[in-house]
Design a protein around this ligand. Structure first.
Ligand code: ASP
Length: 438
């Protein structure tokens, strides 16, 4: 393999021990030329991520509190890493500069971004790689959205100047020169952007798990690992809460057709999960790639005789949602009824208004809102070919004594969504999992 971009998450760079592991992974393969680090993460369960410490500093300054003592803890973390790595690098000037800038109102994102910046400096020094500051190669537009084209152009040009480089994750620059970060976990996005600009053959995303599991290990004991998953399947699963990779990290590499390999820094020998554009070789025995779900949904049910022949009915219903800035998740409908599944949180404080607007707009025979719905997505590119998958899903759920409240087979044909009562979530998930994974 010619060129790999490697991103290491916060837990992979939490202390000097992990830095050493990371370096040995990078050195083991000369293709690993561009490295994107996160800020130091948790070293143990109740530890605090450096990013969170920096956000705290920002808040303290805003509240006119003195940060000297608290900031020392951040300095100690970086200095501790440098000392234990035994590198000759004095980072005190940088640390002092960051503190001053924070005290001089450089903004919340600036504060947060320094976790990656400082970690990147140390990692570059340790690896003897060049350092490319993300503020020179990652751009946002005035409206705060990511400027894909400019970034790709400038980044590609810059990378050509460096055989090997560290580019800190998570942040870039606004047109006015201020620092802006992606949303939390955004170093994954930086890695993907670098992979695209470098025209890499592979984007390796190193974390603390050996890839995606077929189901949430907090519910299913020791779930099987997913060897290969397509971008589309991953979108469906991560939307339902399977969080290993930042959702937006898929787009830049997907665009360029670069596969992502999720790998475990603590177990580099594990194959991890490969995320690819197309995959045909599904395991016929499993059929499904994964199952994931989320609680906290509500269903708005509207009934009206002859609804199916009333032109514009759907549009009016959706217009009400739009007016109240509510987006819908699913919209299963019958001839005389329509159900709208929305996230319950979006209804907060607007229930009565939504109901009365609906009443006014479409004059239904009845309308109601029911809460405490959970959705489960059964995802698999193999389902299209395997006849009877839906029946197996429904049987498994009903044999477990769970009542199905809603069914939606995505038109993509790679997922089936079922809605159930929240309190039956675990039971249903276990039943589906054991039906397909023996
Ligand atoms: N350090 C940032 C965070 O904690 C970004 C990242 O780790 O990807 O969210």
């Amino acid at each position: 393999m010619k060129l790999k971009v490697v991103k290491f998450g916060g837990s992979s760079l939490a202390d000097a021990e992990h830095f050493k592991q990371v370096a040995s992974i990078i050195k083991a393969d000369p293709a690993r030329r561009y490295v994107v680090p996160s800020a130091p993460g948790k070293r143990y369960k109740d530890d605090t991520k450096v990013t969170d410490m920096l956000y705290r500093c920002y808040e303290m300054i805003r509240n006119h509190e003195d940060i000297d003592e608290y900031y020392t803890q951040i300095c100690d973390r970086y200095n501790g890493i440098i000392k234990e790595l035994g590198i000759d690098f004095d980072i005190s000037g940088e640390l002092e500069y960051v503190k001053r800038s924070m005290q001089h109102n450089s903004g919340r994102d600036y504060a947060a971004s320094r976790g990656e910046y400082l970690n990147g400096l140390i990692l570059a020094k340790y690896l003897k790689y060049d350092f490319i500051d993300a503020e020179n190669v990652i751009f946002f537009k005035d409206n705060g959205t990511f400027d894909e084209e400019k970034t790709n152009e400038v980044m590609a040009r810059e990378l050509l100047q460096h055989k090997k480089a560290v580019i800190p994750g998570f942040y870039g620059v606004m047109p006015n020169g201020t620092i802006k970060t992606f949303s939390r976990g955004g170093s994954d996005i930086t890695g993907s952007i670098v992979a695209r600009a470098a025209e890499a053959d592979l984007y390796e995303n190193w974390t603390d798990v050996s890839g995606f599991m077929m189901a949430d290990p907090r519910i299913i004991d020791n779930p099987a690992a997913i060897a290969t998953i397509t971008y589309r399947e991953l979108r469906e699963l991560s939307y339902m809460g399977a969080t290993v990779l930042h959702e937006d990290a898929i787009f830049p590499v997907r665009y360029a057709g670069i596969p992502i390999n999720i790998k475990n820094t603590n177990k580099p020998e594990d194959a991890g999960t490969m995320i690819v554009a197309e995959a045909s070789d599904y395991d016929a025995e499993k059929i499904i790639t994964g199952v994931a779900g989320k609680k906290g949904f509500s269903v708005i049910t509207i009934e009206k005789d002859m609804m199916n022949s009333e032109i514009g009915f759907g549009r009016k219903v959706l217009e009400v949602l739009e007016d109240h800035e509510i987006s819908f998740e699913h919209l299963p409908s019958g001839i005389d009824n329509m159900s709208i599944v929305v996230s319950s949180a979006t209804l907060d404080g607007r229930r009565d208004k939504v109901l009365s607007s609906m009443n006014r707009m479409v004059r239904p025979d009845s309308i109601s809102i029911e809460d405490n719905l959970a959705l489960i997505a059964i995802v698999g590119r193999g389902m299209v070919k395997a006849r009877g998958t839906a029946a197996r899903v429904f049987d498994a759920i009903s044999n477990a004594g769970v009542n199905i409240r809603m069914i939606d087979q995505g038109s993509s044909e790679i997922s089936i969504i079922v809605g159930i009562e929240e309190h039956e979530f675990d039971t249903a998930l276990k039943a589906i999992y054991s039906e397909f994974v023996k």
